[in-house]
Write a new protein. Sequence first.
Length: 265
Amino acid sequence: MPNCANCGAGLGGRYCPRCGQDSKGPPQNAVGLIGFFTSTVTGLESKAVQSFITLMTRPGRLTRAYIDGQRVRYSSPVQLYLWCTAFFFLVQAISPVVRLDTDAGQVVSSLSAVSIGTELSPETLRRLEDQGTTLPVFAERFDAAVTAYFPILLIALVAAAALMMALQFWGETALTHAVFALHWAAFYFMLEVLRQLLPRLGDWVTPVSVLTTLVAVGYLYAAMRLVYRRGRIGTVVRALLSIIAFAALLGTWLWSTIALAEKIA
Ligand SMILES: [Zn+2]
């Protein structure tokens, strides 16, 4: 039996038992190489697409599969989360989820269960006036602060969601909570993208934001039922509590972004 070219372990079959490398290398000729490249790319893509569709249409299914050991079938939870947030960034660039309305002098955001309109404090407005900073200039700074501050939000959201699950579902493993949190946050960002792309029918409580909030609660409930397998009433309460905590966290993030923008000179 030959040894693995990558790590030197004895091969018992096509794939190395220690590092997993395929002992059958890529083809050496041009035609074979094109086929190899195409199948690698489309293979990755079909896996990503399948994972994404499952994430959006089957609440908790990806988490359950991961916990039950089916890990190669779908994209990894971290990968999926990064793709969803990348997509969210793309939409944010076209149609900002968080922005400073210079006419109204307030921060407008749909990044929450209920749209938030946070007015700039009188102190902030006074300080800007003292500095001779106009609102459009401040709006640019605010955009910079949002962009710079976003990665923190991405990590904080997952950490907070995992902590929320850990507090609500005792006796489950940290891995379960972490994977659940990644999938839930990925779904939440996609829901935000959808909300952003749907026409806005007013401000504050619009039919669209009511609908997406209901979808978020329903999804969370179904995912919790499949993954944690607790009673219906208990799960409804936990799903509602989680949505409220999530909205509060986003509100806090938004508020601290304004504070950060004020600090950028
Ligand atoms: Zn090896």
